[in-house]
Structure formats: C-alpha cells, structure tokens
Design a protein around this ligand. Structure first.
Ligand code: FE
Length: 287
C-alpha cells in the first residue's frame, strides 16, 4: 500500500537515551539466549518486563527447549524468525510456531506450558517479549493465539520498507493484537540500505528499538546489530534510517505505573500476590 495517505510525518523525532548490550544466559532446560531487556529496565520500559533474543545454528544451544513451567500475571509474545517450536499448555491448547509466526499468550491467573523445538538441526532464531498486565487483569482467564506468518498484517512502503504489525498501528494498518491498558506497538521493520522509516508514537509511551540485522541510525546515534536503543520520552515519533540492509523490532507501550513484584515466571503487584502464586502452583491450583 502507499503510506503517504495515512502516515503522519514525524516533526520531532525521539533521540536515543541509551544503548544496551544483551546478557548471554540460559533458560528452560539449557537454551542459550541473550536477555536484552533485563529486570533492572522494567520500570524504565514499563509495561515491558523482558525481551530475550535467541539465535543459533547449533542444536545443542536450543534442542532441550522449555519443558513444563508456569506463568501468572502477564503476557508472553513469541516471534519466531526461523525454526519450529511446539507449544502445549494446561488449558489444552497446542500449536506449532514456525518461520515468521507469532504466538501471543495471556497467562492471566495461570498456565503451565512447554515450548519444545521440533527440529534437530538448522537455525532457530526469534524473540520472546513479556508484556505486563494491569493489576485488574492479572487474574483473568488465560488466552492464547497462534498467528502464522501469512496471517500477520504487513505492508510495503514505496521505498521498499516492509513492516509486519504484530501489535498496535502503523501507517494506518492495525496489528494482529491490540490491548487497551498497555497499548502495545510491536513492529518488525525490514529496511533496504539507505531507506527511512517513520512511526508516530505518543511521547508518554516507553519505546525501544532492537536491531537484529544490519545497522540503523536514529538521529545522531548509530545503533549496531544486537543492540537495543532506549528512546527518550520526547517528541512525536521515531525516524529510523538504515545504514545497511537492516531488520529491527520497534516496540512501545503505555506504562502501567503500578508496583512490579516478580518471582521468576510470576509477575504481580505485591509480594503477597507472589506468595499466593507460588502456593497456588505448589497446590496444583495454577492451571
Ligand atoms: Fe513460558
């Protein structure tokens, strides 16, 4: 589609406050990954709680997957760039997440699920983002949906930029999922070398960019591959220029400004609610 009809030009682009390098770690049954959004950034990037990037062509790094584990109080969004992962949960849902697909899971009051690779060789690459729920929704019924790559809203601009709208709105295109309280924007943007992309964003929304191919430039700041740029809460949007063929995630949301109490896979508002979650899990009441 032609973007010029619906795109509001950004007058005052946000600038980069900070560049973040992810921490190598492992999770699940020993899956190697890079934790890009860590716990110390939860307040700054409210309503987001975590971003993990995984990417390897060595099966030893991913083959064990994530056996049965619980979640309560937030949403997980898994975006598979390459690879095949089978999801099963205690609510009886099962789905295969494949190249370019998204799984959006609202843990709500609780799910127990597993995420197991369905390949013995080749590349496994993707992202898992944790989005908080407002306190009033933390004990809501669990929900989940798989979107195949072809089901995700996508558009191409005149300059060759291709945008997949996982959540929110971009250039008049509404994403696969919308949420009222957190108003998430989650875009996967592919830019040919030299191309430019603009996205309007409310200044109050916390926002960041993660470059996973190439190199981007935001104002005076170069954002190299495998870096997250946290954007200042000023201005009316984002202007991104590609220094090379570049792929990046642009993620933003409305902060909840509520207390965050986290214990592993449980994210609530108070310590008391965390004890309750742990007790419910131990007593088999979580699923
Ligand atoms: Fe999980």
């Amino acid at each position: 589609m032609n973007s010029s009809d619906t795109a509001l030009p950004v007058q005052q682009p946000r600038t980069v406050e900070h560049l973040i390098v992810g921490h190598p770690t492992s999770d699940g049954a020993g899956v190697k990954l890079t934790r890009v959004l860590t716990q110390n950034l939860q307040r700054r990037l409210d309503p987001y709680l975590m971003l993990d990037a995984f990417g390897s062509d060595n099966p030893d790094d991913y083959i064990a997957g994530f056996p049965d584990h619980p979640h309560r109080g937030f949403e997980t969004i898994t975006y598979m760039i390459a690879g095949r992962m089978l999801h099963r949960d205690s609510a009886g849902h099962e789905g295969l997440l494949e190249n370019g697909g998204v799984q959006w899971m609202t843990a709500g009051r609780g799910v127990i699920h597993s995420e197991i690779p369905q390949q013995e060789r080749g590349v496994m690459e993707g992202f898992q983002l944790w989005l908080n729920l407002p306190g009033k929704d933390k004990m809501s019924a669990p929900w989940y949906r798989d979107f195949g790559a072809a089901e995700l809203p996508r558009f191409t601009l005149d300059n060759g930029v291709v945008v997949t709208v996982i959540a929110g709105q971009s250039h008049g295109v509404t994403g696969a999922v919308t949420r009222e309280a957190t108003a998430p924007t989650y875009l996967d943007v592919h830019l040919p070398a030299g191309a430019r992309f603009e996205q309007t964003l409310p200044a109050a929304h916390n926002a960041f960019v993660y470059v996973y191919r190439g190199e981007a430039r935001l104002g005076d700041t170069a954002v190299p591959v495998q870096r997250m740029a946290i954007l200042r809460n000023e201005g009316d949007g984002v202007v991104i220029e590609a220094q090379a063929d570049t792929r990046l995630l642009l993620i933003a949301g409305q902060p909840l400004n509520e207390p965050i109490a986290q214990y592993g896979p449980f994210v609530m508002n108070t310590q008391q609610e965390i004890y309750q979650a742990v007790n419910d899990f131990r007593a088999g009441r979580l699923a």
